[in-house]
Design a binder for this molecule. Structure first.
Ligand code: URA
Length: 213
């Protein structure tokens, strides 16, 4: 039997779960929320990059020559969905410092409720790169699906989607629109409320990262 839905990986490592719980607390300060997100994204990047291709590198140890294995970090592109996606970047760059960065900005049209692109800036030669799209909250999934739609037009080698929290509704949207894109998350929460917020969630991720509101 073929499985046509994208694989969803919940990163259950105890350190990830511990830090996520601290972030969810309503009295977590902007400072600690941001720090925890940085730490979490480093830990998540470690899991997400598990299947990254390696290439041979001839080196010399103090003892003799050998062929080692290295990654080509330049082939990786982190694509942040503005603005909350930016909170993931520094932590992930700790693990893949050579990664290039792209940004995509989308807003929701108040009439159609569909995402509209207002910013799109990517590195060159995307067809030679593996993309990791980052956005802390996979809520309705409409922005994530629209971002991946747009990125697929650049014909990259692969696309992964990474979030901190996913709602079942968002996962369903992504699996319907992009069954070939694996999803990585630290938790799958219960549901969305009428305003599109994840429950129990952690509130507005952008506001909590940037201290706005
Ligand atoms: N975006 C957020 O920042 N929080 C949610 O709960 C849903 C979408």
């Amino acid at each position: 039997m073929t499985n046509n839905t994208a694989k969803v990986t919940v990163i259950t490592h105890p350190l990830v779960q511990h830090k996520l719980t601290l972030m969810r607390k309503k009295d977590a300060s902007t400072n600690s929320f941001r720090r925890l997100l940085g730490e979490l994204s480093t830990l998540m990047a470690y899991e997400i990059t598990r299947d990254m291709p390696l290439q041979d590198l001839e080196i010399e140890t103090p003892m003799e020559k050998m062929t080692g294995k290295v990654i080509d970090g330049k082939k990786q592109v982190l694509v942040s969905i503005l603005r909350a996606g930016n909170g993931f970047l520094d932590g992930m760059l700790n693990v893949i410092p050579g990664a290039r960065i792209g940004h995509i900005g989308l807003y929701r049209d108040p009439e159609t409720l569909q995402p509209v692109e207002y910013y799109f800036k990517m590195p060159s030669e995307m067809q030679e790169r593996d993309i990791i799209v980052v956005d802390p909250m996979l809520a309705t999934g409409n922005s994530a699906a629209a971002a991946v739609d747009r990125l697929k037009k650049l014909n990259p080698l692969s696309i992964k989607f990474v979030c901190l929290l996913a709602a079942p509704e968002g996962i369903a949207t992504m699996q319907k629109a992009h069954p070939d894109v694996p999803i990585f998350t630290a938790a799958i929460d219960r549901e969305l409320n009428d305003h599109g917020y994840i429950l129990p969630g952690l509130g507005d991720a952008g506001d909590r990262i940037f201290g706005t509101k």
